[in-house]
Design a binder for this molecule. Sequence first.
Ligand code: F6P
Length: 322
Amino acid sequence: MTGTARIAVLTSGGDAPGMNAAIRSVVRTAMARGAEAVAIRHGYEGLLDGDFLPMELGSVGGILDRGGTFIGTSRSERMFSDEGLALAVDRLEEHGITGLVVIGGDGTYRAAEELHARGVKIIGAPGTIDNDIDATDTTIGFDTAQNTICDATSKVRDTASSHERTFIIEVMGRSCGMLALYSGLAAGADCILVPEVPWRLEDICDSVAQGTARGKKHTIIVVSEGAAHAFGLAEDLTRSCGHQVRAVVLGHIQRGGSPSAFDRTLASRMGAAAVEALLAGESGKAVCLQNADMALVNLADCYGHNHEMKRHIYDLAMVLAR
Ligand code: F6P
């Protein structure tokens, strides 16, 4: 690479706690390495609109502990058309960008792969509470979201126990049950429903009945939004089990809040690793956490596969729930 490197960063798709820490790391690592740093606002939409913001060291001060993404994000339909992709390439050239870091999930990586195929130097960093990116042990935001769910579940359990009720807690995860699985295990859910494992109403009723028979004062069912909808399931269970079942949908509070120490550290490491990869001439890859170390994996190997279901974690949760 000749001349001064000019590294841009954007966040895309659903926001995740820790994205700010990743942006901060990209900007400060780039500047420490003598490169210029630029933020692109509102994700790929901002890229297409030419919404570029030059960064200084102070531009990313005071954001490490803040949830969301201070540069904004979007889900961009335009990036899935040839015209949109061509415009994105033009915009990056206009602004003299020599390398781009994209922080996001599945959809973010698909567009990144297309940009890479069109000659853009690009590296992905996995930012999503869903933890549905293959090849990385975990994603930025997953840990914080689990903590949010655990906290909410404890509160629900207090009231469930007082009224001796069954509660269904619906968590995010359209096609991937990782969030329900891990937070269900950590929160001590009595039953966990994920899209990857078929379930039957009769089995849930049986497990509620068994718990009640051995003196349990409450039943907590954590369900991934991709497996069932809490309110519909509550009605079905009320009918089948013969007692009132309540539903709570945690919704977007799972995406907000100050990132955990784990997510801040992970995001800081990933942001820096992405910049180092670009400066080393890498492109079309994503930074991943593998066995506690940073690894670089082809973007194409990071999305679109059936996410491996952690069956042993599911089985463990079921054993401990009895
Ligand atoms: O992709 C992350 C995610 O949190 C999914 O689990 C969820 O289905 C989706 O975002 C909802 O996003 P939005 O309401 O922003 O479209």
